[in-house]
Design a protein around this ligand. Structure first.
Ligand SMILES: [Zn+2]
Length: 286
């Protein structure tokens, strides 16, 4: 029996509306877990009533602020069997020409492939792409791509292809820099060198779109040590995850992320040796 869900969920944050757009859910398997024995990872997932092999949810976000539509990441596009970000934007009545700014957390396939159409052209012809300078510096470095191990070469090609039609309208930022008023980059390196969250600060209300701090919520809140084999630097990603969990819990900062369970909004609280994710309670309106 198919569960019918629109895959579209709105949340009000101050004067902004943030819309989670589910792109797809795919089977990842526990082979992707780094820094934790597979049996231990499976046991935690099973204890949290998760299906095995593990699934990874992918979402992107639309921020409507000051009359502008800002996309945060773009989903898989036509890769990985195709994603749902585009049809969901269409369902909201938002034409790809209406997106003028796209904030990127990092240049992996499930975040940037939606930037291009099937011919490699810009799917968002009017958009400027904003990403951390270290992310562009890493993936667009031809010498580094040539020297990369075979297993990683595909990731370089994906990033290069997705960013190619936007090369003359990339805006590169550093940690703390604003992309648009009220939205600033937070550099969370490790998963990739320039991996960044985007902090929407609306004064009395805020939301941290933390990118890929977590890939498997059924595992990594309970055991933050668990990383992903596709982290560029597993150790640095682990240290960053610890720092971001700590900050979100201490500051009671609302978060969301591309791989949290849809619709992904919630809070992080300390729980024993690890953490727990407390999902935002569903409301009929944003
Ligand atoms: Zn990802």
């Amino acid at each position: 029996m198919q569960n019918i869900n629109s895959g579209i969920h709105h949340l009000t944050v101050g004067g902004a509306t943030v819309t989670a757009l589910n792109d797809l859910v795919f089977e990842a398997g526990t082979g992707v877990v780094a820094g934790l024995p597979a049996e231990e990872a499976d046991a935690i997932l099973r204890g949290n009533f998760r299906r095995l092999p593990a699934r990874i949810t992918v979402s992107a976000f639309l921020i409507t602020l000051g009359g502008q539509h800002i996309l945060v990441d773009s989903g898989v596009g036509a890769n990985m069997g195709g994603g749902q970000v585009r049809p969901r934007l269409a369902r909201l009545g938002i034409d790809s020409n209406a997106i003028r700014t796209i904030l990127i957390t990092h240049a992996h396939v499930d975040h940037v492939s939606g930037l291009v159409d099937e011919h490699g052209g810009a799917y968002f012809p009017e958009a400027q792409i904003v990403l951390h300078e270290a992310e562009a510096g890493y993936w667009l470095d031809e010498a580094r791509e040539a020297a990369a191990p075979e297993a990683v070469k595909g990731a370089f090609a994906t990033a290069r292809t997705a960013l190619a039609p936007y090369r003359n309208r990339l805006k590169l930022v550093k940690d703390g820099q604003e992309a648009v008023p009220g939205l600033r980059a937070r550099h969370f390196p490790g998963h990739t060198p320039g991996h960044s969250g985007w902090l929407l600060d609306q004064g009395s209300d805020a939301l941290l779109i933390w990118g890929d701090i977590v890939h498997l919520p059924g595992l990594q809140f309970r055991q933050p040590k668990a990383g992903m084999l596709f982290d560029t630097d597993v150790e640095q990603a682990r240290a960053t995850r610890a720092r971001v969990f700590d900050m979100a819990a201490a500051d009671k900062l609302r978060v969301c992320g591309m791989h949290l369970d849809f619709p992904t909004f919630g809070h992080v609280v300390k729980a024993g040796e690890g953490y727990q994710f407390v999902p935002e309670v569903w409301m009929p309106t944003a």
